[in-house]
Design a protein around this ligand. Structure first.
Ligand SMILES: Nc1nc2c(c(=O)[nH]1)N[C@H]1C(S)=C(S)[C@@H](COP(=O)(O)OP(=O)(O)OC[C@H]3O[C@@H](n4cnc5c(=O)[nH]c(N)nc54)[C@H](O)[C@@H]3O)O[C@H]1N2
Ligand SMILES: Nc1nc2c(c(=O)[nH]1)N[C@H]1C(S)=C(S)[C@@H](COP(=O)(O)OP(=O)(O)OC[C@H]3O[C@@H](n4cnc5c(=O)[nH]c(N)nc54)[C@H](O)[C@@H]3O)O[C@H]1N2
Ligand SMILES: [Mo]
Length: 760
């Protein structure tokens, strides 16, 4: 650990994002891992109509695509999946599970693709090959031996295709449980809960073209330069068309301030040859971690004050009267909040809020984008509902250039939920599913991610099955989740790469290696394609172009069908073999079950695919009241006891969640090291620390302490009392019991910590 720290170099963060560096970095990853021919073919197919839907994020593709419609991090994701390196029986004979567990995530990922099914037998020390037949038979046997279907948990990560996701939830429900936790539980669940209640749909209300029609974009708690780089093109296009931009973020992220389009084909909007930097944010509000609700309430309070001074100048009264309920209660709840509390909680000045409020008043239409900086907080649901309130005040929803834009993470996390991956079900979905397949779906809600961990720890759940993802590393409270997995009789993962979860196994552990999205999928019925839904509700096909890296890989869809048949046999009404042979059969079923997917097979073949229904976009709000809902909530502030800091956990520029591509974070000036803690210079001094010093971090929650060690102090422009460290290295600090109200999302962005000089 110490040696590692010596490799850390801290530089001045760059002044612009993307640009030529992004291109050279993308090419280094691609050519290095895939070779020139593969790399070029892959890039030409990425995000093209009929090509591969990029694995890296859920940002939609523009209507008119250039031939290089990808970004640096999309290229890294493609290279990571398309790597020529692979690991098989020899590798696993050489390294025991405990040998492998001693390596870091960067090394594990770097070993290459999994190539054959593997089993770690009870009491065994090494994974060893197993045939598909035996692996499936073992999993089915174990599932069928359980006293109740609720003793199994079926996790999904957001890369799974619509087709695989639909069949997976069908299998799980026919098996008899709703235990379908997913990565969304840790991600945008707060958004889904908030928006479903406030506007009747838990998704974005805008489309890509709205960026060119808007006057103002507000980006809250999101780092698009790293996590949805193609969004920078939309932000730059908005700016080029005259829009303003506000960034609300404790960090001054480079991607939010300035952008050089690496793709000259995007036209001249960014200046000569597309190489002069576009200034993005006009106003940066360096909010204290967790202070976003205060910011939004502050803005609304100022708007209502202005309205009182000059009636009709602020509120869109016509919209409010015709389309909303609850205005009076919301306004009264704002009256009860003191501006001094808002300023203290946000860490901002009245002037800063006035400037932002004026920018909103000057804008006829505005878009608000948000991501994890908002959703992973105790009061995330109420904060997102305040964002909705702000839009409703101005009627800034359901018209050109105005609306809500939660930016989803995984490339198909939204589609998976549309396809029924959820521990709950809407009445319509249940009714359609039961009718289509002639069975009674389980009536009790299932377990979400955090509840699943508790169930495994207590022995109520005995089998953990994962369709993708890296549950052990992505979940909060790493030690608790590892112990919970170890308590299972069987853990099974359908994955592409070796990961931490495979190394924190249950008593028996099975790895089922699957095709990646970039690989050709041939089934009995010929070559197949799949489909995904972007964060703006566009459903599109995705088709692999590379020969699979091993002949022993199977598609996720095939794995679900084969397992379902082995488990359910004659109990199931589904023709699993036919579904596995021809994915059109799956899409036909989807078209009859999922509202908005009618004629799926026809419409998915149209150029650019189709859009899911979006009633709020047309100012129809299918809520209980039939109108958009103003919601009232008190100002919530997290109290920070003396001697404590508020830690947020963030992604570097060189990772995709728990997949670590490299040890640098170019946009924040970090080189060669991930165990760093970003601290305000004043706090470094206050706690008697020094830049570069080795420290241990302790989190404090309900009297329990959790620890990590060997972190290096990095001075950074971050508000006082705030700190940031990378996910997943900081996950052992995140208390399992600390979750957002109503969405149960782990509060990964507000962990109360103290920092101590390292003892070692
Ligand atoms: N290359 C790449 N792309 C990705 C991913 C990846 O790991 N790598 N992950 C994908 C996934 S699953 C997701 S969900 C998205 C995540 O995308 P983001 O939400 O952008 O990811 P985070 O790094 O968690 O960043 C959150 C941002 O919120 C800020 N922040 C932290 N705390 C607060 C706060 O209290 N208030 C405010 N206002 N801001 C705060 C941080 O400074 C940071 O800029 O990206 C997706 N795309
Ligand atoms: N502290 C902290 N914790 C967090 C977050 C945070 O911001 N801070 N963010 C949370 C968020 S937003 C999310 S979405 C979760 C992410 O949680 P997950 O989705 O569970 O994690 P990933 O790291 O995306 O999963 C990576 C694994 O997926 C497998 N994989 C890759 N491609 C495929 C494929 O095509 N098919 C299949 N079957 N498997 C594949 C690979 O083996 C790889 O190891 O983490 C959450 N955890
Ligand atoms: Mo996510």
């Amino acid at each position: 650990m110490k040696d590692d720290a010596l490799k850390l170099k801290v530089k001045q963060p760059p002044k612009t994002s993307a640009g030529v560096h992004a291109v050279t970095n993308a090419l280094r990853h691609l050519y290095g891992k895939m070779g020139p021919i593969h790399a070029t073919r892959g890039l030409l197919a990425l995000n093209q109509k009929g090509g591969i839907d990029c694995q890296s994020c859920a940002w939609p593709d523009p209507e008119h695509r250039t031939i290089n419609e990808f970004c640096e991090n999309g290229a890294k994701a493609l290279a990571d999946e398309g790597t020529k390196k692979k690991i098989g029986a020899d590798f696993f004979a050489e390294y025991s599970v405990s040998d492998l567990a001693a390596f870091d995530d960067y090394w594990l990922n770097g070993q290459g693709r999994l190539t054959e099914p593997l089993i770690l037998r009870e009491g065994g020390t090494h994974y060893e090959p197993i045939s598909w037949e035996d692996a499936i038979r073992m999993v089915a046997g174990k599932l069928n031996s359980l006293a109740s279907a609720d003793e199994a948990v079926f996790y999904t990560s957001g890369r799974t295709s619509n087709e695989a996701a639909f069949l997976y939830q069908l299998f799980v429900r026919q098996f008899g449980t709703n235990n379908l936790p997913d990565c969304s539980n840790m991600c945008h669940e707060s958004t889904s809960v908030a928006l479903a209640e406030s506007i009747g749909l838990g998704k974005a209300t805008i489309r890509l073209e709205d960026f060119e029609k808007t006057d103002l974009v507000i980006v809250v708690g999101q780092n698009p330069g790293t996590n949805s780089p193609r969004m920078l093109s939309s932000l730059a296009a908005a700016k080029a068309a005259g829009a303003k931009m506000i960034a609300i973020n404790p960090l001054k992220e480079v991607g939010l301030t300035s952008f050089v389009d690496p793709n000259p084909q995007h036209g001249n909007v960014f200046g000569v040859l597309g190489l002069s930097p576009a200034k993005l944010a006009d106003l940066h509000l360096p909010v204290r971690i967790g202070g976003d609700m205060a910011v939004i309430k502050g803005l609304m309070k100022i708007l209502l004050e202005r309205e009182q001074l000059s009636r009709g100048s602020v509120l869109d009264q016509e919209f409010i009267t015709a389309n909303t309920v609850g205005f009076d209660e919301m306004a009264a709840s704002l009256d009860a909040v003191e501006m001094s509390d808002i300023l203290a909680s946000s860490g901002l000045s009245r002037e800063q809020l006035d400037t932002a409020a004026q920018m909103i008043l000057d804008a006829r239409s505005f878009i608000t984008c948000w991501a994890m900086g908002v959703t992973q907080h105790t009061d995330a649901v109420a904060t997102i509902q305040d964002i909705v309130n702000l839009h409703l005040l101005r009627g800034a929803i359901g018209r050109a250039g105005a609306g809500l834009c939660p930016v989803r993470g995984h490339s198909n996390v939204q589609g998976d939920r549309t396809m029924g991956i959820w521990e709950k079900m809407t009445p319509v979905f249940r009714e359609n599913l039961e009718r289509e397949f002639g069975f009674a779906a389980p009536s009790k809600d299932g377990l979400n991610t955090v509840e699943s961990i508790a169930a495994m720890a207590e022995g109520r759940a005995k089998v953990f099955f994962a369709m993708g993802g890296n549950f052990a590393a992505a979940s909060p409270d790493t030690d608790a989740v590892s112990a919970a997995l170890a308590n299972c009789d069987l853990t099974v993962q359908v994955i592409t790469k070796l990961n931490r979860t495979a190394l924190t196994p249950g008593k028996t552990s099975i790895i089922l290696p699957c095709l990646g999205r970039s690989e050709i999928d041939i089934q009995a019925g010929g070559e197949q394609f799949v489909s995904t839904e972007s964060t703006m509700l566009n459903v599109q096909m995705s088709k692999g172009i590379f020969e699979p890296i091993s002949e022993h890989l199977r598609s996720e869809t095939w794995i679900v069908c084969t397992l379902a048949y082995a488990v359910l046999g004659g109990r199931s009404t589904v023709d699993w073999a036919a579904m596995a042979a021809d994915y059109d059969m799956i899409r036909d079923a989807i078209s009859r079950v999922v509202p908005g997917c009618e004629n799926y097979n026809e419409r998915i073949r149209e150029e650019g695919g189709f859009y899911m229904p979006n009633p709020p976009r047309a100012r129809r709000f299918p809520t209980a009241a039939g109108k958009a809902l103003f919601t009232a909530s008190p100002l919530s502030t997290v109290e920070l006891p003396p001697g404590r800091l508020m830690l947020t956990t963030i992604r570097s520029h060189d990772q995709f969640n728990t997949t670590i591509y490299g040890l640098d974070d170019r946009y924040r000036g970090i080189d060669g090291h991930r165990r760093v803690i970003f601290l305000n210079r004043g706090d470094i001094e206050k706690y008697g620390l020094k830049p570069g010093q080795n420290v241990d971090i302790t989190s404090h929650f309900e009297g329990v302490e959790r620890h990590v060690s060997g972190f290096s102090v990095v001075p950074y422009e971050i508000p006082a009392d705030c700190a940031a460290a990378y996910f997943p290295e900081a996950n052992p600090l995140i208390p399992l019991g600390s979750v957002a109200k109503r969405s149960c999302t782990p509060t990964s962005k507000c962990v109360i910590i103290s920092v101590q000089a390292s003892k070692g």
